[in-house]
Design a protein around this ligand. Structure first.
Ligand SMILES: *Cc1c(COP(=O)(O)O)cnc(C)c1O
Length: 412
């Protein structure tokens, strides 16, 4: 698809230009688990990486491919692999590319389940250091001879810290280290990690890309910037049949997706593809709503602190403005001590008390009691999570209705 055309135009016409049968505008949902081949040589060539095609749906399906191509296009990358969830994308990618003798530097402000799977990797023998990634110097200090990967998120959830994305990218490029950026919170509409030299981009498709809270999915995208030819952890058998620049993604597809089995269903791929058509429209509206709410909370005497990159008091407000098209739909608030945060949440009539984010509906959750409960009070304090924090994923409702709901709940 033309890169000159706009973000939404490209997504809307991606399937049609692939010429699905009957002039269908959507890529059909192909439910076949396996694929028959007239000439068995085709099947042999697919197995031997000599030809692209489908053999068994755990590692590839035409409906899923159509979504992968859209993600690649949105991220301005060279190829993508979809998974059943964002966590499947993260865990399979790390498992495929990292060995027990390797070292990873990860942000200490990570999505809770990412932090939890990284702890599992530590228990399996991989060494991982968690650093405050808002300053590249902390990453530089943590890098060792055996460091293979740096893993950060764009805007951290729930306290909205922004990684020192550009400087970390320069550092990784200089050292030849894999730079993996989880772009879920910004989505490719607000930010493309390829612009800060990311090697691999993670997206939870469950969140803004799918956008309606009705399907789980995840993806990893190869930006094409990393030199895979000399990456040491590639299965030797791939080196004889796969082009050097495709070695990393072959390793992830075969060792990560095929072997670990976190496959996206074609039905979910279709649902996410339809959702992705309106990513720009939804996120523009969510960002406008979020900024209006952040300003309202910022001026409200019963709100002690607002965590949102779009307000001037955010420590990285200027950086967020430079990096991202807008400030995103996620924010957190810390209420005044006089207010019980659970009681406050129960007063909200419109806003849904729920753990997801990136939905069309506005969702709120008390952080310390739920998504960060398992960490304990000490780690929460280290991560800058107040005990009375409420995280909001701002949706696309009419702005006046959202403001009214919060205003009423804070008054009573
Ligand atoms: C939700 C989320 C994930 C995990 O995605 P799932 O699709 O829920 O598995 C990973 N990273 C970030 C930043 C997320 O918000």
């Amino acid at each position: 698809m033309s890169t000159k055309r706009g973000f939404t135009t490209n997504i809307l016409h991606a399937d049609r230009l692939g010429k699905p049968e009957h002039g269908s505008l959507h890529k059909p949902i192909h439910t076949s688990v396996t694929y028959g081949h007239e000439d068995v040589q085709d099947l042999v060539d697919i197995f031997q990486n000599k030809k692209s095609g489908y053999a068994y749906s755990r590692q590839g399906n035409p409906t899923v491919t159509a979504l992968e191509q859209k993600v690649t296009q949105m991220e301005k990358g060279v190829s993508s692999i979809a998974f059943s969830t964002g966590m499947a994308a993260i865990s399979a990618t790390v498992m495929a590319l990292i060995k027990g003798t390797d070292h990873i530097v990860a942000s200490s402000f990570l999505f809770g389940n990412s932090r939890s799977i990284f702890q599992t990797f530590i228990d399996m023998g991989i060494s991982i250091d968690f650093v405050d990634a808002t300053d590249v110097e902390n990453v530089r200090t943590a890098i060792k001879d055996n460091t293979r990967m740096v893993f950060v998120e764009t805007i951290a959830n729930p306290a909205t810290q922004i990684a020192d994305l550009k400087n970390i990218g320069d550092l990784c490029a200089e050292k030849g280290i894999l730079y993996m950026v989880d772009n879920t919170m910004t989505s490719p509409y607000l930010f493309n990690p390829i612009n800060v030299k990311a090697s691999l981009v993670i997206n939870s498709l469950t969140k803004y890309i799918g956008g309606h809270g009705n399907a789980l999915g995840g993806a990893v995208t190869n930006t094409g910037l990393f030199d895979w030819a000399n990456y040491p952890n590639i299965f030797p058998g791939f080196k004889t049949t796969v082009k050097p620049d495709a070695l990393g993604m072959t390793q992830i597809r075969k060792k990560g997706l095929r072997d670990a089995g976190g496959t996206l269903s074609p039905e979910a791929a279709h649902t996410i593809s339809v959702g992705a058509e309106t990513l720009a429209l939804r996120l523009d509206r969510a960002c406008s709503n979020a900024l209006a709410l952040a300003k309202f909370f910022n001026d409200h005497p019963k709100v002690k602190k607002v965590f949102y990159p779009g307000i001037e008091s955010h420590p990285q407000h200027a950086l967020a403005g430079e990096l991202f098209a807008r400030y995103g739909g996620l924010m957190s608030i810390e209420l005044d001590e006089s207010i019980d945060c659970l009681a406050f949440l129960n007063k909200l009539k419109l806003v849904v008390k729920s753990s997801n984010l990136g939905d069309t509906r506005t969702l709120a959750i008390p952080v310390a009691q739920t998504i960060f409960f398992e960490l304990g009070a000490e780690r929460r304090a280290e991560m800058g999570i107040p005990e009375s924090m409420i995280r909001l994923s701002v949706g696309i409702e009419d702005q006046e209705d959202l403001l009214e709901d919060f205003k009423t709940a804070l008054e009573r």
